[in-house]
Design a protein around this ligand. Structure first.
Ligand code: UD1
Ligand code: CA
Length: 458
C-alpha cells in the first residue's frame, strides 16, 4: 500500500443543517461524518492529514485532537481558498501525493481511495480527479474534455454553458495531487467566476495549461460520493450505510430483525449466530461474541461481550462482559465494569466501575458502584453500595462466595471476607470476617395489643 497524505475540507458552515453543531460532527450510524472519512483514509494508506476548519472550529478541533494537523479558514472563500490555508502542510509533504477530500462525504471507501491513488501514481499524474457518471448531474462540477478526450477543466454548474451542462461526468470533489504541483497551482487561483470564490477545481486547468498530467478515476458506485447538506440527506445516506453494513453482517451470520429501528456503528464487530432484536443501538467499538441475543431496546457503547450473552432492554458503556452473562431487563452498566462468565446483572440493577468474579449474581434492584465482587457472590434484592460520602467515592470489596442478604447497605470503604453472610436489612460499616454472620439492624420490638390502645383509629 502506497502512503500518501491528505487534506480534509471541513470549514463550511453547513447552513442547511440549521445547527449549532458543525456539519462534519453529525453522526451517521452513531459515528461522526468526519470519522468515516478518516477511517477510509487510514485504511487506504494515508499516514498524515490536515483538517481545514472554519465554522465552529473549536468543536471540530476538540473532536479530532491528537489525530491530525489543523489549518484555520477564517472566512469561507471557496474550496481553493480552504486548501490555501493548508499551504504549510503541503510544504511539509512536497514530494508526496496528497488527497483532498470533503468531510461531509462519508461513504467513500478505502478501496476507491487506494485504487485512485494507484492510478495517480502509475499515470505519473500531477492531478487525478475522482469522477462519476450521473443521470442527473445538476449542481456538480462537470468534467470538460478536449477532442482527444483529455481533461481540459472542471466547470461549475453556475459557470457552465448549456452544452457543458449536458456533460454527465461529474467531479466528486475528491482528488489526488502531487503536493508541489498543487502548491504552485494555488498561486494561480482567481475569483473571476459566478460565485466570486477561489475554486479548487481551477487548480486542475492551471496544472494542465502548464503541461502537467491530469488523470481521472471513475467510481462505479455513486452512493460512495453522496455528500450531506441537510438532515434529509443525512437520513438518506444512513439508509445507504445500513445497506452496506447490515448486509455484510447478515451475510456473515448475524440476524438483524429490524433494520429500520436498529443503529449499528460501522466499527462494531458482531460474531455469527448472534441475534439483534428491534430498537437496538450498538455504538463505537463494541464487540459481540457468538450466539448472543441483544435487545429489544438495548444500547451498547464500546462494550466487549463474550458468547451466549442475553442483553435484554438494558444499556452498557465502556465495559467488558464475559460469556453466558444475563443482563436485564432494565439494567444500566456504566463505564468501567468487568463482568466475568456466568454472571447475572438482573432487573433494575445499576453498576459502575465494578468487577464481578465468575458466577456472581445481582438479580434485582441494586446499585453497585466502585466495588470488587469475587466469584459466586450473591448480591440479593435491594442491596446497595454506599460509595459516596458527599465528597469522595469509596470502594467496597466482597470476596468469593459471600452472601449479601436483601436490602443491605454496604457503607464503603468496607470489606466482606470470603464466605461471609450478611443478614437482610443490615447496614454494614465494618469488615465482616471470613464465613461469619453479620447482623447490623435494630432488633424487632413487639407491642402486643397496640392497635387496640392507639388513638389513631377508633
Ligand atoms: C464542489 C466542487 C464541485 C464538485 C462538488 C462535489 C468546487 C469549486 N466545486 O462544489 O466541482 O462537483 O464539490 O460535491 O470545489 N469548504 C471549505 N471552505 C470553503 C468552501 C468549502 O472548507 O470556503 C468545504 C466544505 O465544508 C465542504 C467542501 O469544502 O466539505 C466542498 O464545499 P462545497 O461548498 O460543498 O462545494 P460544492 O459547491 O458542492
Ligand atoms: Ca457540496
Amino acid at each position: 500500500m502506497e502512503k500518501y497524505s491528505a487534506i480534509i475540507l471541513a470549514g463550511g458552515k453547513g447552513t442547511r443543517m440549521k445547527s449549532e453543531k458543525p456539519k462534519v460532527l453529525f453522526e451517521l450510524l452513531s459515528k461522526p461524518l468526519i470519522d468515516w472519512v478518516i477511517t477510509a483514509l487510514k485504511e487506504s494508506g494515508a499516514d498524515g492529514f490536515c483538517t481545514v476548519v472554519g465554522y465552529k472550529r473549536e468543536q471540530v478541533r476538540e473532536h479530532l485532537s491528537g489525530q491530525c494537523e489543523f489549518a484555520v479558514q477564517e472566512e469561507q472563500l471557496g474550496t481553493g481558498h480552504a486548501v490555501m490555508m493548508a499551504r504549510d502542510f503541503l510544504k511539509k509533504h512536497l514530494n508526496e501525493s496528497v488527497a483532498i477530500l470533503s468531510g461531509d462525504v462519508p461513504l467513500i471507501t478505502s478501496d476507491t481511495l487506494k485504487s485512485a491513488h494507484e492510478r495517480h501514481k502509475s499515470a505519473g499524474a500531477d492531478a487525478t480527479i475522482i469522477t462519476a457518471r450521473m443521470k442527473n448531474p445538476f449542481g456538480y462540477g462537470r468534467i470538460a474534455r478536449d477532442s482527444a478526450g483529455r481533461v481540459e477543466k472542471i466547470v461549475e454548474q453556475r459557470d457552465a454553458t448549456e452544452e457543458q451542462k449536458k456533460i454527465d461526468e461529474i467531479n466528486t470533489g475528491t482528488y489526488f495531487f502531487k503536493a508541489d504541483a498543487l502548491l504552485r497551482a494555488l498561486d494561480g487561483l482567481k475569483t473571476d467566476n459566478a460565485q466570486n470564490e477561489y475554486y479548487l477545481t481551477d487548480a486542475v486547468s492551471i496544472i494542465r495549461d502548464r503541461g502537467g498530467v491530469v488523470e481521472t478515476y471513475e467510481v462505479d458506485d455513486i452512493t460512495e460520493m453522496t455528500g450531506i447538506n441537510d438532515r434529509a440527506q443525512l437520513y438518506d445516506v444512513s439508509l445507504m450505510a445500513k445497506e452496506r453494513i447490515y448486509t455484510a453482517l447478515m451475510k456473515s451470520g448475524v440476524t438483524i430483525m429490524d433494520k429500520s429501528s436498529t443503529v449499528i456503528s460501522p466499527d462494531a464487530e458482531i460474531a455469527p449466530d448472534t441475534v439483534i432484536m428491534p430498537s437496538t443501538v450498538i455504538k463505537g467499538k463494541t464487540k459481540i461474541g457468538r450466539g448472543c441475543v441483544i435487545g429489544p431496546n438495548a444500547v451498547l457503547e464500546n462494550v466487549t461481550l463474550g458468547e451466549g450473552v442475553t442483553f435484554n432492554a438494558s444499556q452498557a458503556y465502556d465495559s467488558v462482559i464475559g460469556n453466558n452473562v444475563k443482563v436485564g431487563p432494565f439494567s444500566h452498566i456504566r463505564p468501567g465494569c468487568d463482568i466475568a462468565d456466568d454472571c447475572k446483572v438482573g432487573a433494575y440493577v445499576e453498576i459502575k466501575k465494578t468487577k464481578f468474579g465468575r458466577g456472581t449474581k445481582a438479580p434485582h434492584l441494586s446499585y453497585i458502584g466502585d466495588a470488587e465482587l469475587g466469584s459466586g457472590v450473591n448480591f440479593a434484592c435491594g442491596c446497595i453500595t454506599v460509595n459516596y460520602d458527599g465528597k469522595n467515592k469509596h470502594r467496597t470489596v466482597i470476596k468469593d462466595k459471600a452472601f449479601i442478604g436483601c436490602n443491605v447497605n454496604l457503607v464503603a470503604p468496607v470489606t466482606v471476607e470470603e464466605g461471609a453472610y450478611i443478614a437482610a436489612g443490615s447496614t454494614i460499616t465494618d469488615t465482616v470476617p471470613r464465613r461469619a454472620l453479620a447482623i447490623a439492624r435494630a432488633r424487632q420490638s413487639v407491642k402486643p395489643g397496640w392497635r387496640d390502645r392507639s388513638k389513631l383509629e377508633k
